[in-house]
Design a binder for this molecule. Sequence first.
Ligand code: CMC
Length: 428
Amino acid sequence: MAKTVTLTYEGKTYELPLIEGSAGEKAIDITALRKTTGLITFDPGFMSTGSCKSNITFLNGEKGILLYRGYPIEQIAEKSSFIETAYLLIYGELPTREQLDYFEYHIIHHSMVHESIKNFYDGFPNNPHPMAVCSAVVGSLATFYQNEISVRDEREIEITIHRLMAKLPTIAAYSYRKSVGRPLPYPDNSLGYAANFLKMKFALPCEEYQIDEDAAKVLDVLLILHADHEQNCSTSTARIVGSSMSNLFASISAAIYALWGPLHGGANQAVIEMLQEIQDNGGDVNKYVAKAKDANDPFRLMGFGHRVYKNFDPRSRIIKKLAHKILDKPGNKEPLLELALQLEEIAIKDDYFIEKKLYPNVDFYSGLIYKALNIPINMFPVMFAMGRLPGWIAQWKELQEDEDFKISRPRQIYTGAEKRDYVPLESR
Ligand code: CMC
């Protein structure tokens, strides 16, 4: 018999269906709650609210587990590529050789942007934030392909996916180049996804560009590690925008803006700033650990703690290894890595952090790697956006195909003034 949860209200009893996920997570189905009881639920920040059923990503914060379509992140990071991971997230299964070749070919061959788009970059003020530029330019793609953005046409969705995956690195690289006054280059279709991005970002027209294969590999893994994280703020944004049947370009543009905030995609920048501050003030790591523990001091150890993970964020372990791979190379010595290692060492043995279950998160070491790759701090959230793109697409697509598809439209508890009569200006 189907399980239910009993709710008693004003002497009446209601049976609410219980739904259970494939990993045992249970939820009370309240879709008929208002109709049957007149009540709504109240949950600011969605701390106890499941907004959808999804079979894309699973994470268990207590055990530190992250699975993409069932595959552990550790295996994907070691054995897959970002393009293959994107395919897996978007289409649900690892591709066959033929499927992967098709997907990759189309992503490579859509990497150029319309020449008119380059004019946009001249229209922005000097030194605009690259997240604002990326979101604006991604949104504008809808004007270039306005006859091919139906949200119910499989072929149009497919080509929009290819275009987004292909063009975001170009758009992102241009946002950086414009900010440093360099010409906007064409993509190089002979290169892989990450290598092409690095070349578009850094190559000079007057010099030959040497691809650093290690840097490209490390970047590819970083993109994989950011590729999806179930219903976070930017992903929920992509779903909410998509729920009005807005096109994919509009939904991704909105998701980029949601990611921009310091509480979401901006924390890796905060880690670097914190480490720099510690170094500038003499490198006394213990002093900063003590500050973080002091209830009267607002300081927090950036890159520590997570709303869902109450154990090591599995991504942070992989990123720590990558940080060593890139920063242990001669010429890449980074004094901030030494500080970060000391900080982690002290914090994970400290009772305060153990009791509150505060462990290094994905942002703790990623900023150090970006820094070693010469990526400026304001581009860090853009790197996050490039990685998260397939996740946003997969979640948007899953929503459009959901048999329970509905426009997102929460209720509210109104706490404002009761009905009152208009007061003319001279009487106020
Ligand atoms: N340093 C010191 N104390 C902390 C920290 C920290 N980094 N994080 C949490 N605490 C304490 C906090 O003071 C609170 O203590 P008490 O119970 O005595 O009031 C307790 O731990 C619980 O913290 P919370 O803020 O209620 O937990 P939350 O789930 O609302 O917040 C968080 C999670 C990630 C915002 C928080 O841990 C934090 O601010 N961390 C630093 C910023 C950071 O690294 N953010 C990246 C998040 S991962 C990227 C992403 O997924 O977007």
